[in-house]
Write a protein that binds this ligand. Structure first.
Ligand SMILES: [Cu+2]
Length: 135
């Protein structure tokens, strides 16, 4: 019984630590779909011209629990008059925290981006589109 309680105490500390670091991040965008909520967040809460580090989280729309999203992609496109669209994709690495991915993306200029996120994992397959302004 003591061993079980010690294990639970350690598990609680880890869960709390993970929660605190997530709370340090400011949301860039939250997109709710039928099944999941996709959240982009970073220290500044913005995407800026140049290189950006961010976190992508996929949680269940029903119970807010992390979703095993499997293979996740994030691509952006900027429509510019008289030009081919500017395309930029993110590099995403799964974090230790389930449903969380650490991302980097670079933008050559500012302006509105059409963002497409796709996922394909044990919990299902899907995609969503939304707009994010690069400052
Ligand atoms: Cu552009």
């Amino acid at each position: 019984m003591m061993r079980l309680m010690a294990t639970l105490a350690v598990a609680t500390v880890f869960a709390f630590a993970a929660h605190v670091s997530a709370a340090d991040l400011k949301p860039i965008h939250t997109q709710k779909t039928k099944d999941v909520v996709v959240t982009l967040a970073s220290e500044s809460g913005q995407w800026k011209q140049g290189k950006n580090d961010f976190v992508l989280e996929i949680t269940s729309a029903k119970d807010k629990q992390p979703v095993e999203a499997g293979k996740v992609t994030l691509n952006t496109s900027m429509t510019m008059t008289g030009m081919a669209p500017m395309i930029a994709g993110a590099t995403l690495t799964p974090d230790k925290t389930p449903g969380r991915y650490n991302g980097t993306i670079a933008f050559p200029d500012n302006g509105a981006r059409q963002v497409t996120v796709t996922w394909d994992g044990p919990a299902g397959k899907g995609s969503t589109k939304f707009s994010v302004s690069v400052r």
